[in-house]
Design a protein around this ligand. Structure first.
Ligand code: PEP
Ligand code: MN
Length: 339
Protein backbone atom coordinates (compact mmCIF):
# COMPACT_ATOMS: atom_id res chain seq x y z
CA UNK A 1 0.00 0.00 0.00
CA UNK A 2 1.06 3.59 -0.52
CA UNK A 3 0.29 6.10 2.20
CA UNK A 4 0.19 9.54 0.60
CA UNK A 5 0.86 12.27 3.18
CA UNK A 6 -0.74 15.70 2.86
CA UNK A 7 1.49 18.45 1.49
CA UNK A 8 1.66 20.21 4.86
CA UNK A 9 1.95 17.10 7.07
CA UNK A 10 4.37 17.47 9.98
CA UNK A 11 7.25 15.20 10.92
CA UNK A 12 5.20 14.13 13.94
CA UNK A 13 2.32 13.06 11.66
CA UNK A 14 4.76 11.05 9.58
CA UNK A 15 6.39 9.40 12.59
CA UNK A 16 2.96 8.36 13.93
CA UNK A 17 2.15 6.77 10.56
CA UNK A 18 5.49 4.94 10.50
CA UNK A 19 4.79 3.63 14.01
CA UNK A 20 1.32 2.43 13.06
CA UNK A 21 2.60 0.66 9.92
CA UNK A 22 5.11 -1.25 12.05
CA UNK A 23 2.45 -2.11 14.64
CA UNK A 24 0.36 -3.63 11.86
CA UNK A 25 3.31 -5.84 10.90
CA UNK A 26 4.46 -4.01 7.75
CA UNK A 27 7.74 -2.39 6.79
CA UNK A 28 7.56 1.34 6.02
CA UNK A 29 9.75 2.99 3.36
CA UNK A 30 9.63 6.77 3.17
CA UNK A 31 9.95 8.22 -0.31
CA UNK A 32 10.60 11.97 -0.25
CA UNK A 33 8.81 13.84 -3.01
CA UNK A 34 9.14 17.47 -4.07
CA UNK A 35 5.89 18.58 -2.41
CA UNK A 36 4.97 15.69 -0.13
CA UNK A 37 6.21 12.39 1.24
CA UNK A 38 4.73 9.06 0.40
CA UNK A 39 5.26 5.98 2.49
CA UNK A 40 5.35 2.53 0.96
CA UNK A 41 4.10 -0.11 3.40
CA UNK A 42 5.31 -3.51 2.25
CA UNK A 43 4.79 -6.92 3.68
CA UNK A 44 2.35 -9.79 3.51
CA UNK A 45 -0.05 -9.02 0.67
CA UNK A 46 -2.87 -11.04 2.18
CA UNK A 47 -3.60 -8.83 5.19
CA UNK A 48 -2.86 -5.50 3.57
CA UNK A 49 -6.43 -4.17 3.93
CA UNK A 50 -5.73 -3.48 7.64
CA UNK A 51 -3.50 -0.64 6.41
CA UNK A 52 -6.58 1.15 5.07
CA UNK A 53 -7.34 2.31 8.65
CA UNK A 54 -4.32 4.64 8.42
CA UNK A 55 -6.41 6.88 6.15
CA UNK A 56 -8.07 8.40 9.21
CA UNK A 57 -4.75 9.44 10.80
CA UNK A 58 -3.69 13.07 11.02
CA UNK A 59 -1.70 14.34 8.01
CA UNK A 60 -2.70 11.43 5.75
CA UNK A 61 -4.31 12.21 2.42
CA UNK A 62 -5.00 8.72 1.10
CA UNK A 63 -4.06 5.07 1.27
CA UNK A 64 -3.96 3.34 -2.09
CA UNK A 65 -2.95 -0.16 -3.13
CA UNK A 66 0.15 -0.68 -5.27
CA UNK A 67 -1.03 -2.79 -8.15
CA UNK A 68 2.31 -4.11 -9.42
CA UNK A 69 3.94 -7.06 -7.61
CA UNK A 70 7.10 -4.96 -7.34
CA UNK A 71 6.33 -2.06 -5.04
CA UNK A 72 9.31 0.14 -4.16
CA UNK A 73 10.69 -0.14 -7.70
CA UNK A 74 7.39 0.88 -9.20
CA UNK A 75 6.48 4.25 -10.66
CA UNK A 76 3.25 3.98 -8.68
CA UNK A 77 5.27 4.80 -5.57
CA UNK A 78 7.57 7.41 -7.09
CA UNK A 79 6.78 9.14 -10.35
CA UNK A 80 9.95 11.18 -10.79
CA UNK A 81 13.14 9.41 -11.91
CA UNK A 82 15.61 8.46 -9.17
CA UNK A 83 18.94 10.20 -9.26
CA UNK A 84 21.59 7.93 -7.73
CA UNK A 85 24.80 9.44 -6.42
CA UNK A 86 27.90 7.47 -7.40
CA UNK A 87 30.58 9.87 -6.13
CA UNK A 88 30.93 13.55 -5.20
CA UNK A 89 30.73 14.52 -8.85
CA UNK A 90 28.89 11.67 -10.60
CA UNK A 91 25.18 10.82 -10.40
CA UNK A 92 23.10 8.61 -12.67
CA UNK A 93 19.46 9.03 -13.66
CA UNK A 94 19.62 12.69 -14.69
CA UNK A 95 20.25 14.35 -18.02
CA UNK A 96 23.85 13.15 -18.28
CA UNK A 97 24.45 9.73 -19.85
CA UNK A 98 26.92 7.94 -17.58
CA UNK A 99 29.39 5.71 -19.38
CA UNK A 100 31.12 3.06 -17.29
CA UNK A 101 34.11 1.42 -18.97
CA UNK A 102 37.06 -0.82 -18.27
CA UNK A 103 38.22 -4.39 -18.67
CA UNK A 104 36.10 -7.45 -18.04
CA UNK A 105 38.65 -8.59 -15.43
CA UNK A 106 41.29 -6.77 -13.46
CA UNK A 107 44.49 -8.54 -14.57
CA UNK A 108 47.19 -6.43 -12.95
CA UNK A 109 48.01 -2.99 -11.62
CA UNK A 110 49.46 -1.57 -14.84
CA UNK A 111 46.57 -2.93 -16.96
CA UNK A 112 43.83 -1.37 -14.82
CA UNK A 113 45.60 1.97 -14.37
CA UNK A 114 46.37 2.27 -18.09
CA UNK A 115 42.77 1.42 -18.98
CA UNK A 116 41.36 3.77 -16.35
CA UNK A 117 43.37 6.68 -17.68
CA UNK A 118 42.38 5.93 -21.28
CA UNK A 119 38.64 5.60 -20.61
CA UNK A 120 38.65 8.71 -18.45
CA UNK A 121 40.34 10.65 -21.23
CA UNK A 122 37.63 9.48 -23.64
CA UNK A 123 34.82 10.62 -21.29
CA UNK A 124 33.92 7.61 -19.14
CA UNK A 125 32.67 8.61 -15.67
CA UNK A 126 32.99 5.23 -13.92
CA UNK A 127 35.69 2.55 -14.08
CA UNK A 128 34.58 -1.07 -14.38
CA UNK A 129 36.65 -4.18 -13.69
CA UNK A 130 35.91 -7.60 -12.24
CA UNK A 131 38.02 -8.85 -9.33
CA UNK A 132 35.71 -11.76 -8.51
CA UNK A 133 34.64 -13.40 -11.77
CA UNK A 134 31.63 -15.72 -12.05
CA UNK A 135 32.83 -17.97 -14.88
CA UNK A 136 30.80 -20.62 -16.67
CA UNK A 137 33.78 -22.97 -16.43
CA UNK A 138 35.52 -23.72 -13.11
CA UNK A 139 38.78 -23.95 -15.11
CA UNK A 140 38.59 -20.35 -16.40
CA UNK A 141 40.35 -17.40 -14.72
CA UNK A 142 38.39 -16.62 -11.55
CA UNK A 143 39.77 -13.14 -10.92
CA UNK A 144 42.47 -11.59 -8.72
CA UNK A 145 40.01 -11.24 -5.82
CA UNK A 146 41.13 -8.83 -3.06
CA UNK A 147 44.37 -8.00 -4.87
CA UNK A 148 42.23 -6.92 -7.83
CA UNK A 149 40.11 -4.73 -5.56
CA UNK A 150 43.31 -3.04 -4.34
CA UNK A 151 44.40 -2.34 -7.93
CA UNK A 152 40.96 -0.86 -8.65
CA UNK A 153 41.26 1.38 -5.59
CA UNK A 154 44.65 2.53 -6.83
CA UNK A 155 43.22 3.34 -10.27
CA UNK A 156 40.47 5.33 -8.55
CA UNK A 157 43.03 7.24 -6.48
CA UNK A 158 44.92 8.18 -9.65
CA UNK A 159 41.98 9.04 -11.92
CA UNK A 160 39.21 10.01 -9.49
CA UNK A 161 36.81 7.62 -11.28
CA UNK A 162 34.40 5.75 -8.99
CA UNK A 163 34.57 1.98 -9.45
CA UNK A 164 31.98 -0.68 -10.20
CA UNK A 165 32.96 -4.27 -9.51
CA UNK A 166 31.10 -7.53 -9.15
CA UNK A 167 30.24 -9.32 -5.93
CA UNK A 168 29.45 -13.00 -6.43
CA UNK A 169 28.35 -14.27 -3.03
CA UNK A 170 26.92 -13.01 0.28
CA UNK A 171 30.13 -13.87 2.19
CA UNK A 172 32.25 -11.33 0.30
CA UNK A 173 29.75 -8.43 0.16
CA UNK A 174 31.41 -6.53 3.02
CA UNK A 175 34.88 -7.01 1.58
CA UNK A 176 33.87 -5.82 -1.91
CA UNK A 177 31.88 -2.91 -0.42
CA UNK A 178 35.04 -1.69 1.37
CA UNK A 179 36.58 -0.94 -2.03
CA UNK A 180 33.72 -0.50 -4.51
CA UNK A 181 31.59 2.57 -5.14
CA UNK A 182 28.98 0.45 -6.93
CA UNK A 183 28.33 -3.24 -6.29
CA UNK A 184 27.63 -5.20 -9.45
CA UNK A 185 25.33 -8.22 -9.35
CA UNK A 186 25.96 -10.29 -12.46
CA UNK A 187 23.48 -11.98 -14.76
CA UNK A 188 24.25 -15.38 -13.25
CA UNK A 189 23.35 -14.11 -9.77
CA UNK A 190 20.35 -11.99 -10.69
CA UNK A 191 18.04 -14.33 -8.76
CA UNK A 192 20.44 -15.21 -5.97
CA UNK A 193 18.03 -13.92 -3.35
CA UNK A 194 20.44 -14.32 -0.42
CA UNK A 195 22.94 -12.12 -2.28
CA UNK A 196 20.29 -9.57 -3.27
CA UNK A 197 19.16 -9.27 0.35
CA UNK A 198 22.71 -8.86 1.55
CA UNK A 199 23.52 -6.00 -0.86
CA UNK A 200 20.19 -4.50 0.18
CA UNK A 201 21.63 -4.07 3.66
CA UNK A 202 24.69 -2.17 2.40
CA UNK A 203 24.52 1.57 1.72
CA UNK A 204 26.24 1.50 -1.67
CA UNK A 205 24.57 1.70 -5.09
CA UNK A 206 23.88 -1.65 -6.74
CA UNK A 207 24.21 -2.30 -10.46
CA UNK A 208 21.82 -5.17 -11.09
CA UNK A 209 22.20 -7.04 -14.36
CA UNK A 210 19.29 -8.82 -15.98
CA UNK A 211 19.48 -12.59 -15.80
CA UNK A 212 19.88 -14.38 -19.11
CA UNK A 213 16.38 -15.79 -19.10
CA UNK A 214 14.57 -13.28 -16.92
CA UNK A 215 11.38 -11.54 -17.86
CA UNK A 216 11.22 -7.82 -17.19
CA UNK A 217 8.87 -8.47 -14.30
CA UNK A 218 11.27 -10.96 -12.72
CA UNK A 219 14.07 -8.43 -13.19
CA UNK A 220 12.07 -5.80 -11.30
CA UNK A 221 11.26 -8.32 -8.58
CA UNK A 222 15.01 -8.82 -8.09
CA UNK A 223 15.42 -5.05 -7.73
CA UNK A 224 12.61 -5.20 -5.20
CA UNK A 225 14.60 -7.72 -3.13
CA UNK A 226 17.41 -5.18 -2.77
CA UNK A 227 15.09 -2.26 -2.11
CA UNK A 228 12.94 -4.08 0.42
CA UNK A 229 16.05 -4.44 2.60
CA UNK A 230 16.41 -0.66 2.65
CA UNK A 231 18.79 0.09 -0.23
CA UNK A 232 16.90 2.20 -2.78
CA UNK A 233 19.97 2.83 -4.94
CA UNK A 234 19.53 0.25 -7.66
CA UNK A 235 20.64 0.72 -11.27
CA UNK A 236 19.16 -1.76 -13.75
CA UNK A 237 21.31 -3.12 -16.57
CA UNK A 238 20.01 -4.77 -19.74
CA UNK A 239 22.87 -7.04 -20.82
CA UNK A 240 21.21 -9.32 -23.35
CA UNK A 241 19.08 -12.40 -22.99
CA UNK A 242 19.28 -15.94 -24.37
CA UNK A 243 17.37 -16.47 -27.55
CA UNK A 244 17.58 -18.93 -30.48
CA UNK A 245 20.05 -16.57 -32.21
CA UNK A 246 23.67 -17.71 -32.33
CA UNK A 247 25.24 -14.94 -34.45
CA UNK A 248 25.63 -12.87 -31.29
CA UNK A 249 26.54 -14.07 -27.78
CA UNK A 250 23.21 -12.80 -26.41
CA UNK A 251 20.33 -10.78 -27.82
CA UNK A 252 20.46 -7.26 -26.42
CA UNK A 253 16.82 -6.56 -25.64
CA UNK A 254 16.65 -2.88 -26.51
CA UNK A 255 12.89 -2.81 -26.05
CA UNK A 256 13.46 -3.55 -22.36
CA UNK A 257 14.84 -0.01 -22.01
CA UNK A 258 11.64 1.95 -22.78
CA UNK A 259 9.56 -0.71 -21.01
CA UNK A 260 11.64 -0.40 -17.83
CA UNK A 261 11.65 3.40 -18.07
CA UNK A 262 7.86 3.28 -18.10
CA UNK A 263 7.54 0.87 -15.19
CA UNK A 264 10.21 2.07 -12.78
CA UNK A 265 11.82 5.24 -11.50
CA UNK A 266 15.21 3.48 -11.29
CA UNK A 267 17.98 4.36 -13.78
CA UNK A 268 18.43 1.91 -16.66
CA UNK A 269 21.70 1.24 -18.46
CA UNK A 270 22.73 -1.11 -21.28
CA UNK A 271 25.71 -3.41 -21.70
CA UNK A 272 26.34 -3.83 -25.43
CA UNK A 273 29.58 -5.77 -24.76
CA UNK A 274 27.91 -8.80 -23.17
CA UNK A 275 24.78 -8.07 -25.20
CA UNK A 276 26.58 -8.84 -28.47
CA UNK A 277 29.80 -10.64 -27.49
CA UNK A 278 31.63 -9.06 -30.45
CA UNK A 279 33.49 -5.75 -30.44
CA UNK A 280 32.36 -5.04 -34.02
CA UNK A 281 28.76 -4.56 -32.85
CA UNK A 282 29.35 -2.72 -29.59
CA UNK A 283 29.29 0.88 -30.85
CA UNK A 284 26.13 0.40 -32.95
CA UNK A 285 24.24 -1.08 -30.00
CA UNK A 286 25.58 1.60 -27.65
CA UNK A 287 24.16 4.28 -29.97
CA UNK A 288 20.85 2.44 -30.20
CA UNK A 289 20.60 2.05 -26.42
CA UNK A 290 21.10 5.77 -25.84
CA UNK A 291 18.54 6.54 -28.54
CA UNK A 292 16.13 4.14 -26.80
CA UNK A 293 16.40 6.09 -23.54
CA UNK A 294 19.20 4.43 -21.56
CA UNK A 295 20.64 6.52 -18.71
CA UNK A 296 24.06 5.01 -19.18
CA UNK A 297 26.22 2.27 -20.67
CA UNK A 298 28.74 -0.23 -19.39
CA UNK A 299 31.40 -1.09 -21.95
CA UNK A 300 34.35 -3.47 -21.85
CA UNK A 301 37.64 -1.83 -22.86
CA UNK A 302 41.04 -3.55 -22.83
CA UNK A 303 44.43 -2.25 -23.98
CA UNK A 304 45.28 -5.62 -25.52
CA UNK A 305 42.06 -7.60 -26.11
CA UNK A 306 43.87 -10.47 -27.88
CA UNK A 307 45.59 -11.25 -24.59
CA UNK A 308 42.69 -10.55 -22.22
CA UNK A 309 42.01 -13.13 -19.49
CA UNK A 310 38.28 -12.87 -20.18
CA UNK A 311 35.93 -11.45 -22.81
CA UNK A 312 38.67 -10.22 -25.18
CA UNK A 313 36.50 -10.72 -28.31
CA UNK A 314 33.93 -8.21 -27.08
CA UNK A 315 36.39 -5.65 -25.67
CA UNK A 316 37.13 -2.38 -27.44
CA UNK A 317 40.65 -1.04 -27.66
CA UNK A 318 40.95 2.44 -26.09
CA UNK A 319 41.14 4.14 -29.49
CA UNK A 320 37.93 2.49 -30.71
CA UNK A 321 36.26 3.42 -27.42
CA UNK A 322 37.30 7.03 -27.92
CA UNK A 323 35.85 7.08 -31.44
CA UNK A 324 32.61 5.57 -30.14
CA UNK A 325 32.36 8.24 -27.43
CA UNK A 326 32.75 11.03 -29.97
CA UNK A 327 29.81 9.73 -32.03
CA UNK A 328 27.82 8.94 -28.90
CA UNK A 329 27.86 12.63 -27.97
CA UNK A 330 25.96 13.38 -31.18
CA UNK A 331 23.35 10.71 -30.44
CA UNK A 332 23.00 11.96 -26.86
CA UNK A 333 22.46 15.52 -28.10
CA UNK A 334 19.76 14.32 -30.50
CA UNK A 335 17.76 12.88 -27.58
CA UNK A 336 18.37 15.92 -25.36
CA UNK A 337 20.99 14.26 -23.15
CA UNK A 338 24.62 15.10 -22.45
CA UNK A 339 27.75 13.02 -22.00
C1 PEP B 1 30.77 -8.80 -16.55
O1 PEP B 1 30.28 -7.67 -16.42
O2 PEP B 1 31.96 -9.01 -16.84
C2 PEP B 1 29.85 -9.95 -16.48
C3 PEP B 1 30.27 -11.13 -16.04
O3 PEP B 1 28.62 -9.66 -16.91
P1 PEP B 1 27.25 -10.54 -16.92
O4 PEP B 1 26.97 -10.85 -15.49
O5 PEP B 1 26.26 -9.61 -17.55
O6 PEP B 1 27.52 -11.76 -17.75
MN1 MN C 1 32.82 -9.64 -19.13
Amino acid sequence: MIIVMKAGASKHDRDEVLKRIKELGYKPHVIHGTTRDVIGAVGDERGKLVLQSIESMHGVESVVPILQPYKLASKEVKKEPSLIRLSDTVSIGGKEIIVMAGPCSVEGEAQIIETAQAVKEAGARVLRGGAFKPRTSPYSFQGLEEEGLKFLAKARAITGLPIVTEVINPETVELVAEYADILQIGARNAQNFALLKKVGQIRKPVLLKRGMSMTIQEFLMSAEYVMSEGNQNVILCERGIRTFETATRNTLDLSAIPVLKEKTHLPVIADPSHGTGNYHYVAAMAFAAVAAGADGLIIEVHPDPERASSDGPQSLKPKKFDTMMTKLRLIAGAVDRTI
